[in-house]
Design a protein around this ligand. Structure first.
Ligand code: SAM
Ligand code: SF4
Ligand code: F3S
Length: 466
């Protein structure tokens, strides 16, 4: 059962913030916290709440752990290399802690929801003071207060289906982009994926809470609204509403801004939703629809609940309804039992669809998932070869995709200094393509018209026009 954290509990935590802040202030005039977030945009959003709570305790934020009073690693468990990076970074903190024994080191996020990880931290990383799970995020002030008042190491990973905590303070990473979770958790149990185990059951925020947050973000100057969830297409099922309804409501908010969302599951991307997106002028023309594989046999083993032809039909419908849209995807190479024939089905799907860009991953077994127990006969070396082949096929397609934009003019949100050159400025088109262009800093946070002059594999170059 989902637990809604009561306003009284949030108030109680704010009291702990105050008390923790007083102790921190008595130790040093300007306490410093460092938060390192790994993983997806949902985790970034959690990181913004962690920073919000730390700021309420009076902490300044720094980009490095050096000299910090509090260090928090907000972790990701999606692939083994994500976890390895966290362990590497944690190991490196040992020296910092030796120099500054009062430093509070905490680990939270998806990794901490796995028992074997908590055990490893307990045994091998004695300098970690605090571990708290994804459902204990809102209790950070109480946990920090406990550490400041002499508590021993704390491991707080409550077992429950998931929490929803409204009213936490947020320190957004960007003035222009606002990450707004619309739901948490996942019920899909794709056989390779750890997320349902570490993020709990799917649960949606009340639409009124989301709308209030979007309005507040827009009033503070945000122009790029990201609605976040592991499968936004199933938003609101338990509330008797839908993602289409939410999009219409957000689209109706007055002001000039763009609506993006992440992630979509192809099994729930209905024609009705695509029709809604076509009608909502503020919703971006970028569909990120992770397909994972082009082989029906592998899709079934992955528990994805759609076939290659279902997926191709969705792509056809998107392009019929919104011809100017971009479609991107995620692919997993080397799923257990995948043969070269299956892999070739993935290549042929990529050639057929011609994605604007792809996020590609080699299968990483995750403890507790079904796929981690399936027989896997293909060597890592062979998987590496397939992976390279996939990259080279997509690289040829990608180059062609961006060339079609040359000579056309796009509405681009200016997000900051250029990626290719500090003298230029950068932003995204409605299709999600990155563009660098000329201008001055007064453009940051505004929509500008940019004529595309040059295409590269990953980005475009253009000139602003009046
Ligand atoms: N909920 C989203 C979805 O369904 O598309 C995103 C889930 S995950 C955070 C992002 C991507 O990581 C997935 O689409 C998948 O391609 C990849 N991924 C997840 N688990 C993986 C694993 N065990 N090994 C390799 N890639 C994985
Ligand atoms: Fe993982 Fe599948 Fe849920 Fe996405 S939909 S988070 S891939 S289980
Ligand atoms: Fe990673 Fe957790 Fe996101 S596992 S990808 S940070 S939901």
């Amino acid at each position: 059962m989902t637990i809604k954290i009561s306003p009284d509990e949030i108030k109680r935590q704010r009291e702990f913030s105050k008390k923790a802040g007083e102790i921190l202030k008595s130790r040093t005039a300007s306490p410093i916290a460092h938060v390192h977030t790994f993983g997806c945009q949902q985790n970034v959003s959690d990181g913004e709440k962690i920073k919000g709570m730390l700021a309420e305790m009076g902490c300044g934020l720094s980009n490095t752990p050096d000299g910090a009073d509090i260090v928090i690693f907000n972790t990701c468990a999606v692939r083994e290399n994500a976890e390895d990076r966290v362990f590497g970074n944690l190991g490196a903190l040992k020296h910092e802690k030796a120099k500054n024994p009062d430093m509070i080191i905490a680990v939270c996020g998806c990794m901490t929801e796995q028992e074997h990880i908590v055990e490893r931290i307990k045994k091998s990383f004695p300098h970690v003071d605090l571990v708290f799970g994804t459902n204990a995020l809102h209790t950070l002030p109480e946990l920090i207060y406990g550490q400041l008042t002499g508590k021993k190491r704390v491991f707080s990973v409550p077992k429950c289906d998931g929490t929803i905590a409204e009213g936490l303070p947020i320190r957004r990473e960007s003035r222009i982009t606002a990450n707004i979770p619309i739901m948490y958790g996942c019920n899909n149990f794709c056989s390779y994926c750890i997320v349902p185990f570490v993020r709990g059951r799917e649960r949606s925020r009340e639409m009124s809470d989301i709308i209030a947050e979007v309005k507040q973000a827009i009033e503070s100057g945000a122009k790029d609204i990201w609605l976040l969830g592991q499968n936004v297409n199933s938003y609101g099922k338990e509330l008797g509403t839908s993602f289409s309804e939410l999009l219409r409501e957000v689209n109706a908010i007055s002001g000039e801004f763009r609506i993006n969302y992440m992630s979509s599951h192809p099994k729930d991307a209905t024609k009705e939703l695509i029709d809604t997106i076509a009608e909502c002028e503020k919703v971006s023309r970028h569909f990120h629809l992770p397909v994972q594989s082009g082989s029906d046999r592998i899709l079934k083993l992955m528990n994805r609940h759609y076939t290659r032809s279902d997926y191709l039909e969705e792509v056809r419908y998107i392009r019929e309804k919104i011809p100017d849209s971009a479609i991107t995807s995620d692919i997993i190479v080397g799923f257990p039992g995948e043969t070269y024939e299956d892999f070739k089905d993935t290549l042929s799907l990529i050639e057929q669809v011609r994605f604007d860009s792809l996020y590609t991953f080699i299968f990483s077994p995750r403890k507790g998932t079904k796929a981690s127990e399936m027989d896997d006969f293909v060597s890592a070396e062979e998987k590496g070869k397939w992976f390279k082949e996939l990259l080279s096929v997509q690289s040829q397609i990608g180059r062609g995709m961006y060339e079609k934009y040359v000579g056309r003019t796009f509405r681009v949100l200016c997000e900051g200094r250029g990626r290719s050159n500090e003298k230029l400025f950068t932003g995204h088109t409605e299709q999600g393509a990155i563009v660098d262009f000329d201008g001055d800093s007064s453009l940051i946070g505004k929509f500008v018209s940019v004529k595309i002059e040059q295409a590269f594999e990953w980005m475009l170059m253009g000139k602003t026009i009046d």
